[in-house]
Design a binder for this molecule. Structure first.
Ligand code: FKS
Ligand code: ZN
Length: 343
């Protein structure tokens, strides 16, 4: 399997986040991608290719134009207002406030285009976002050209980003971008299988009213887990999208047997839908030693996930999302891919 990777991810570094009342170094850090890349090499998964540069037209098919145009302006505006450190939103137009007027200052705009304070900017962030987007589209083109699978080693991740908002370490929704891109390239139906520990609220929001892109999500129950405000089992899609969104919320402590039962059910839904291509939002924060997550999957479980996805028998694009146990992130993520290749 070919991997697409860009070193530009590394400029998105030194971010901080607020967790349990303390400001700490962000868990979403450059070493994550480097550990995965090292494991791709040591396991000899296949060649590692650089991305080709794409314009932002494909991003603007799933995000609003104004949101995408805003992202590269954040750091310049932040610096112009005399700031350093990380650009972090701190106020949001929630219930009772005006969400229909875009204010002018950088602080207000950061809040206007986010749902939490988890998507933060430093100087190299926009270039990293753009490289992650290029990685996803370049890997998608490999599958379109006939590769049975490809691995988009994206960083930053994407599945929390909605049509007009960032959050949860995510800016451009790479999986959503490539799903739409496959549709525009002639695929009739596309499935997104999101196995990250966290609900892919952005992906769900973007395709909620669409019947041509099926979204299947396995995740921590939002009654007790981030992102809290979406991801319940009764969210099944709306209008023409009714019945094409499938959520599998699971409790803290879920280990392989129960998680796998959800995967089986999701795979049955996927097979019944008969898509032309599968996009896997690949998070490995379901791991028992993940520092911010509460599932109990073991390293030996990840190849089983890959094997099950291979049995779908469809062209498959893996798009990297979360996973914070950096020592094992490569073993687990590449474990899915070698399992897919049944080796
Ligand atoms: C307060 C705790 C909130 C945010 C967790 C974000 C998870 C991101 C992810 C992604 F795939 F997008 F990377 N924790 N700071 O793993 O879903
Ligand atoms: Zn996650």
């Amino acid at each position: 399997m070919k991997t697409v990777f860009s070193p530009l991810h590394a400029g998105h570094a030194g971010n901080v986040e607020l967790i349990a009342g303390a400001v700490v170094p962000a868990f979403e850090k450059p070493s994550r991608a480097e550990f995965i890349k090292a494991r791709v090499e040591s396991e000899e998964l296949g060649p590692i290719l650089p991305p080709e540069s794409h314009d932002l037209a494909a991003a603007k098919k799933v995000h609003t134009d104004d949101y995408i145009d805003f992202l590269p302006t954040v750091w310049p505006l932040w610096e112009a207002s005399g700031r350093s450190g990380s650009a972090i939103p701190f106020t949001w137009p929630t219930r009772g406030l005006r969400g229909d007027v875009r204010p002018k200052t950088i602080d207000a705009q950061l809040g206007f285009y986010s749902f939490d304070g988890g998507a933060t900017f430093v100087k190299g962030t926009w270039d990293a976002i753009k490289s992650s987007y290029d990685v996803a589209l370049t890997a998608a083109a490999l599958v379109k050209a006939g590769e049975p699978s490809a691995f988009a080693l994206c960083r930053p991740p994407g599945h929390h980003a909605g049509a007009a908002f960032m959050g949860g370490y995510c800016f451009i929704n790479n999986a959503a971008v490539v799903a739409q891109w496959f549709r525009d390239q002639g695929a009739r139906r596309v499935s997104i299988l999101d196995v990250d520990y966290h609900h892919g609220n952005g992906t769900q929001e973007i395709f909620y009213s669409r019947g041509d892109i099926q979204v299947i999500n396995l995740h921590g129950d939002p009654m007790t887990e981030y992102p809290f405000f979406l991801g319940h089992a009764d969210e099944r899609g709306a209008g023409p999208g009714e019945g094409f969104n499938h959520n599998y919320p699971m409790p803290f402590g879920t280990s392989w047997d129960a998680w796998n039962a959800s995967l089986e059910d999701g795979c049955a839904k996927l097979t019944a839908y008969a898509p032309d291509v599968v996009i896997v939002s690949l998070g490995v924060d379901t791991f028992e030693k993940d520092p911010i997550s509460q599932f109990k999957l073991k390293s030996a479980d990840y190849p089983k996930i890959g094997r099950r996805i291979a049995r779908l028998g469809l062209p498959t694009l893996f798009v990297m999302e979360g996973g914070y146990a950096v020592e094992e992130i490569g073993i687990n993520a590449v474990g899915v891919l070698t399992g897919f290749e049944d080796r």
